[in-house]
Ligand binder design. Sequence first.
Ligand code: KIV
Ligand code: NA
Length: 265
Amino acid sequence: YKRITTKSLIEMKSNGEKISMLTAYDFTMAKIVDTAGVDVILVGDSASNVMAGHETTLPITLDQMIYHASSVVRAVERALVVVDLPFGSYQSDPKEALRSAIRIMKESGGHAVKLEGGKEIKESIKKILNAGIPVMGHLGLTPQSIYKFGTYSVRAKEEEEAEKLIEDAKLLEKIGCFGIVLEKIPADLAQKVAESISIPVIGIGAGGGVDGQVLVIHDMLGMNNEFSPRFLRRYLDLYNQMTSAIGKYVTDVKSRDFPNAGEQY
Ligand code: KIV
Ligand code: NA
């Protein structure tokens, strides 16, 4: 395989080739996602929800993100691996942000970091970029700010928030980010952002007018029965398939069907 780089993604945008991105948090899943040809693997802080069972992304730590990211990196041969900086590891000052980003790069072997926010974290992003670490932005519904928003509903429906989002996207491009995730905003706004900057815009719940799509792997495989926002397309029904397979195993053990004569030494 030819490895995907931040440069390849920018080229894909200029050639009009859409970018595919999915999350992964462990070796086995990352191997499958990479083999299937996904361009970008995000070690998202959504691990806090889907791996650890927390209500929000806030509790996950930098050490835990590094553990997930290093497991993913060991599996990946082609995709670009982007790692989320978790809540609390970059907001207080640019030096701490850089220290956190350096730990991720050194200890996990990931290829880039992602931070939530625009203007407010401009100096931190610049500091990380100056150290030679590629940065992806994340605007719109930024889950680390859930207690500020109060709900997980669509962001930037009003003029003022939409204007700020456009300005933030332009700022992120100007200071040198290689891409931006836009989460849960109106499709028209997302398309407008994608058309007004030359770095790739990857959407989740942001419509088809952007340069690529990202989903949480557990959600798109249907492993999570409870979470079904409009933007989610389920490609499998793994929750039910796995429950019935495991139920069959329980039945086979109880009934002494498993193991049979050929399944022992
Ligand atoms: O953590 C995550 O999974 C993300 C994506 C939803 C973009 O940030
Ligand atoms: Na995230």
